[in-house]
Design a protein around this ligand. Sequence first.
Ligand SMILES: Cc1cc2nc3c(=O)[nH]c(=O)nc-3n(C[C@H](O)[C@H](O)[C@H](O)COP(=O)(O)OP(=O)(O)OC[C@H]3O[C@@H](n4cnc5c(N)ncnc54)[C@H](O)[C@@H]3O)c2cc1C
Length: 327
Amino acid sequence: MVTRSKSSHNFNKFDFIVVGYGIAARCLLREMAKDAKFQNKNILVLSKNSFFHSCSTHTTSVVCLSGIERGISPLGDLIVDSYDLAKEYYESLDSSIVERAVQFQVKNDDQGRVSISENKAYIIHPERLLAQLEHEYMGNLNITFIDDVVAKIENGAVHTLNNECYNSDRIIVAAGAWSNFLQKDISCDDLNRSKFVSGSYLTFSNIDFGNEAFTYAYGHFNIVYRATTHELLIGGTTVKENIEAPSVSELEEQYKTFENLFKEIHHDKFVMPEFSKGKITTGMRHKGRKRTPFFGQVSEGLYLMSGLYKNGFSFPFYGAKKITSLL
Ligand SMILES: Cc1cc2nc3c(=O)[nH]c(=O)nc-3n(C[C@H](O)[C@H](O)[C@H](O)COP(=O)(O)OP(=O)(O)OC[C@H]3O[C@@H](n4cnc5c(N)ncnc54)[C@H](O)[C@@H]3O)c2cc1C
């Protein structure tokens, strides 16, 4: 049974409390729903998206290995393991949620000549994916959702801005970049060394670049064509600060780069829409120490899923398995 109101509980004690409701929290709940040990347990999900905007809906959301292979570094291995889990799931979903696509990786040689290699990519429609994940656990878990700001976590108690206090022996923080505001309560070296990295992108609507989704990666610049919704995305920028505002000059640079590239390689096939027609969106990424996410226990009864950075649509499939095995 699933409840959405607090009133069904006489006490504020839960078996599990999850802070956050982005892709990390949803992958965790999906994993919990698969395991009998979480059935009939009372789970509280606390989030406040109107306060702490979820990066999972402010994202260009492409999943691609871009040439990364196993056996080179621990982070590379983690990226590949997470990719494999995400891929298995994405292959089961309809193309209205996840479009199978090609990533064209563009490089310049010493003479400035353009070379392009191809990789397999998944282009995600994030709101649809989040709804799909929710659909998969709603019938199997007993979840109470409360829209409130977590102000403090202390000794198995979660205190909120509405002056409520919820208790649990197992609290999982999946609060994205905003986890950094809870650093002193969580006390984890990986979290203390993590950073906010703001990122913005442009979205153009009513674009017809054909029936096949595709993406181009040029350095850290990306362009993404979502064929099913006829959207073109350019970005994201990288601003190493907690600033929820766009770097318009960098967006314009990225736009011009792709405008020139498309003229060079596609001639008049893909005519770019005017820059001013693009809608700008900004999301807050959470960069873990050495770009590495943290999935684990930080103290008695307190667990953390953080630092997804630019792999937010693959890392949490791995992280969710790790956390559920610890609970
Ligand atoms: C421009 C841009 C492009 C990107 N492109 C890609 C890409 O191509 N591929 C990819 O894999 N990833 C990409 N990412 C990264 C990806 O979007 C994120 O890593 C991922 O969405 C983070 O998910 P999350 O669940 O950890 O955090 P979020 O989605 O931010 O969720 C955090 C949740 O915690 C809640 N919360 C936080 N603090 C509190 C509090 N104190 N009280 C109550 N609730 C709280 C929030 O309300 C929210 O519900 C991109 C990001 C950006 C910004």
